[in-house]
Design a protein around this ligand. Structure first.
Ligand code: NDP
Length: 404
């Protein structure tokens, strides 16, 4: 039914590719291409052995738009799923415009030399996508991604008006290392060490220092964890697209060991993203740090515990105040047993595949560049239930908090 080209072969790609192969009635042809072809071949071998499904593999430099266009033509792909890095978003979007095929990613564009997350440059391609008659779906991971869909579901099916949203991302997994990041270290550390920010209708964006706002939240099926306010990219689109909103914030859990290590690395300059001279060579400290840290894809076998990511949403229904908590709980070891990847790759890779499935089955369609909350949330919510990320919903008392 649909011919899918997946770019990137890290942890997220591994899960998305396996899940696409499990949906072979939708994805009749799959090609996995990345910088290091051997990583694609290893995933292809796993899929052949586990599922008996054959996929094609190729080497590609995703920074080279023309090479990607050639690959699209060669494979006949109709949808490109970008699970490489955010640095490749623009070149891959340009390749899709040239080749006239649909585009999906899981993280907004970042410039390698500037730690800044915003949709501006991707939204600016809306006209070109419209002219090419294709659809771009931005941020189809968990957060952004599923969190946007949870908000859209609440807005479309549960509330007349939404006023307050807190997105709560808890990873209670333990990999046994003193310090490691559970997805690409460079992207992860740039995100966490940046200033925090949240949105209020009255004040617009309110900036905070990194880790300035914290509360202890009792996560269902996981327990109490320190949760810190961060800026996260879904805030930018949700603050525009959810009508009636008065405030939206994002919180993520961190253990003390992680924060102490990060502060120390920051203090000694290891999180710098500019070039420094070292023994006559130029190096970027954060890239060198990535070389030293465990590969996130290798954490799967060691990681135990659960994730709980969800949204506490408060608003009005039939003239009365209402508050719901919609979330997914995912077990790292179950993810590993199924795919050979840990929970963070799993919770991102599954919705990446579902986003591609929404386009392939035309349940979501349109010309231009879209965020997840702009479509009917129901078919995506249904797919989450059957593709490995079942969600739950608690009816809370309006204003109730699980803070301890
Ligand atoms: P990894 O670093 O594990 O994998 C990235 C892959 O992209 C690697 O295989 C890498 O190749 C490949 N790649 C990098 N540059 C190029 C290039 N120029 N050309 C071709 N291939 C390239 O990352 P993850 O799997 O952890 O993350 C993938 C994406 O998912 C990231 O964009 C991340 O921000 C996003 N993400 C989104 C989340 C969400 O909830 N929305 C949560 C977690 C991650 P090589 O193997 O050669 O290095």
């Amino acid at each position: 039914m649909s011919n899918l080209l997946i770019i990137g072969a890290g942890g997220v790609s591994r899960v998305a590719t396996i899940k696409a192969a499990m949906n072979k009635e939708t994805f009749t042809k799959i090609t996995l291409a990345s910088r290091t072809k051997s990583k694609c071949d290893e995933i292809a071998k796993f899929i052949k052995e586990r599922l008996g499904v054959m996929i094609d593999t190729a080497a590609i430099d995703a920074d080279d738009t023309n090479a990607v266009v050639e690959l699209i033509k060669k494979t006949g792909a109709e949808i490109l799923l970008n699970v490489a890095l955010p640095y490749q978003d623009l070149t891959l979007m340009d390749a899709c415009i040239k080749a006239k095929i649909h585009y999906i990613d899981t993280a907004n564009y970042e410039h390698p030399d500037e730690a800044k997350f915003e949709y501006k440059l991707q939204w600016a391609k809306d006209d070109e996508f419209k002219k090419a008659g294709i659809m771009g779906l931005l941020g189809s991971g968990f957060d952004p991604g599923v969190t946007n869909v949870f908000c859209a579901y609440a807005s479309q099916y549960l509330f007349d008006e939404i006023n307050y949203i807190d997105i709560l991302d808890c990873n209670a997994g333990d990999h046994g290392y003193a310090f490691a990041t559970n997805f690409n270290p460079e992207i992860n550390l740039r995100e966490v060490s940046a200033n925090g920010r949240y949105w209020q209708k009255e004040k617009g964006w309110v900036e905070t220092k990194p880790m300035e706002i914290m509360f202890k939240w009792d996560y269902p099926k996981v327990g109490v964890k320190d949760s810190y306010l961060l800026y996260h990219e879904e805030l930018e689109s949700l603050s525009k697209n959810i009508k009636g909103l008065k405030q939206i914030r994002f919180f993520m859990t961190f253990g003390q060991s992680y924060l102490t290590h990060m502060k120390c690395l920051e203090n000694v300059g290891m999180l710098r993203i500019d070039e420094v001279e070292h023994n006559g060579m130029k190096i970027v400290p954060i890239q060198f740090l990535k070389t030293l840290l465990p590969d996130p894809a290798s954490l799967g076998a060691r990681t135990k515990g659960k994730t709980n990511i969800g949204c506490v949403i408060r608003g009005i229904k039939d003239g009365k105040e209402r508050q719901v908590y919609i979330y997914n709980v995912c077990d790292h070891q179950e993810c590993y047993a199924e795919t050979g990847a840990q929970g963070v790759s799993y919770t991102t890779g599954v919705p990446a595949m579902i986003g591609a499935k929404m386009i392939a089955t035309k349940k979501w369609s349109g010309k231009g560049v879209f965020n997840m909350e702009e479509f009917d949330a129901k078919p995506f919510m249904d797919e989450l239930m059957i593709q490995g990320l079942p969600w739950e919903m608690i009816e809370m008392k309006p204003g109730e908090r699980y803070e301890v």
